[in-house]
Design a protein around this ligand. Sequence first.
Ligand SMILES: N[C@@H](CCC(=O)N[C@@H](CS)C(=O)NCC(=O)O)C(=O)O
Length: 235
Amino acid sequence: MPAKPPQMRLYSGPLSMFGAKAQIAALEKGLAVELVMVPFDMARLYEPKHPDVLRINPKKQVPVLIHGEVEIFDSSQIFEYFEDVQPEPALWPGTPGARAKARLLELKSDEVFFPPVIRLMGLQDRPDDPAAVAAREACALYYAGMERHLGDVDHLAGPYSFADIAFYMAQLFAARMGAPMTQATPRLIEWRSRMTARPAVREVAGAMARFLLSHQRPLPDFMKPLAMADARIPR
Ligand SMILES: N[C@@H](CCC(=O)N[C@@H](CS)C(=O)NCC(=O)O)C(=O)O
């Protein structure tokens, strides 16, 4: 009898934007993944760390993925692994040039757009601090660039891709931190609505919305419909 293929286990957190990227990708690909939510609360955040996370990731962060002997961390690395083990539906475009552009957009989302959002997280009680004003301006500038980049196409890098998933989660956290998209970028707002309508996105962002509400945290307007229980996908 052939050996049973190992179960994939994904470690994430209820408010982990990077973990949510991996969760959405797994759902889009129909991968059977056991989700492990690591200890997290609003006061201590990710302390104490999950022992498997400590063992596998020297950065002590989620997401972490275990699949048999494969033990990896980092949402972008996990995207690549998912694409290799489950090529369909493809979440990178088909040609090398288009793939390179999509990968760069995915990286920019995490490493260019998101750092000002991280700065805003530490400035929530000081919205007028010059550093907070500058961080919100950086987000607005990035949105304006993405609006031009999007033009009149539906997705950021050709077909729906990991680049869309990454930027959706990054902008969701930016909106939570006071740097939402506005009507200054109407095509981007439409892109966000298309993304929010996807069942995989609804399931993951919906769980996040309900977690925030259960902790009396405000929701950006576009997340409010996500908080309803029927945002979950029946299985
Ligand atoms: N580049 C990493 C970033 C991972 C990351 O920042 N994870 C956060 C949660 S969203 C975390 O585990 N933070 C806890 C900590 O840094 O102690 C990725 O893409 O996975």
